[in-house]
Write a protein that binds this ligand. Sequence first.
Ligand code: BG6
Length: 477
Amino acid sequence: MGFPQNFLWGGATAANQCEGAYNVDGRGLSSVDTIPFGPDRMKVARGEMKMLECDCDHTYPAHEAIDMYHRYKEDIRLFGEMGFKCYRLSIAWTRILPEGDDDEPNEAGLAFYEDLFRECHKYGIEPLVTIDHFDTPVALIKKYGGWKSPKMIDAYLKYCRAIFTRYKDLVKYWITFNEINMLLHMSYMGAGIIFEPGEDKIQIKYQAAHHELLASAQAVKMAHEIIPGCMVGCMLAAGQFYPYTCAPEDIWDGLDKDRDNYFFIDVQARGAYPVWARKRMERAGVAIVMTEDDEKTLREGTVDFVAFSYYNSRCTSADPDILEKHARPGNAVFKSVVNPYLESSEWGWQIDPLGLRITMNTLYDRYQKPLFVVENGLGANDTIGEDGKIHDPYRIDFMRRHIKAMDDAITLDGIPVMGYTAWGCIDLVSASTGEMKKRYGMIYVDKDNEGRGSLERMKKDSFYWYKKVIATNGEDL
Ligand code: BG6
């Protein structure tokens, strides 16, 4: 059987990690523009350190990134050469509405993406657009405190109306929020939230989540009205928690940690809060402000497909000693213990292709909606060889094994999958570290962590390999 004939092979990026040109053509400042490179990055990203202006003591990777704003024609031509059927990208909210909720959209911003989508169609590439990929307008953070406030919902819907109306003939596939569960971990990066001293963080996070879920549901409905036949998805930072041992306490701990993540998608895909979530919130003293109308809104705005990123599985234990002794090294976003059965990347991300099949089966069993693998890849430190080329067999090996696991989920388990967009198909800024050195691309970009380099693009070995995979619809791995 193998991959369906209309399978959407491609790659994925996010505006803030590739466009640069952060203050060009009327674009307003966005949360990610103020997240610096270096030791303060995680504190700012988590909402534990306030940085709403850019200062001279820090550098900000999003400001130039890989300058795709000025080079998108060359980049899309290269995607076309690889045979992409789909390109997942995000729109920068503040290119369209610089203050986040302006009455009139910024024409230069609208025209930029219109042109970019037309360029994609020239090569037969279908755009898949993330409406909000770690991208909250700073003006709205100053005015409302980001997604802490329900006022964000109207602003987001104003932005949605502007882009759905303008791109209704150009974009069929949409995602409302990137990795919505990231709100719990990177609250500023994900939702423009900065915690004031003494604030109840859990209460704030779940209230903000409620606002995003309402916004997402209304956006789904609006998209269906403005663009008949379009498909709108939710998006999860996926990867199942494995129990460290078969002790029942460890099994429970894994299930409970998974629920932190599935919570969001349960609401977006099924249209209601799960019963256990209400009980859990009660126990944690969280009281969501929610009306009967809200429940109706959630019911009426369920998604058409479930998109997710998958980089690794996670591992947990109910035993605090094990948690401490085997903690994954580094500044991991998801607290996890090291799984002794798996190898790790240079950045300590564990490599688990079968985990992708496991995750896909769990998601499909749970939601019974088509899946879309919209991020997967290996962050590695590529170097230019003596022959002037970039040989990246480790990336090819990673992708081959993950694509094979996805093939098994389709062929052996019968799961409907819309497509696969490899993360960072062109090298871009890392979200967690702000580095350029952590490269995911099949296209190399000449730029280093310090911002030096010509920004010239070069094809890696993986470029030719992926081209062959797409040309044979996944037959020749
Ligand atoms: C996902 C994000 O969490 O993982 C991307 O949606 C991010 O924005 C990707 O870049 C890889 O993470 P990192 O930290 O290696 O860039």
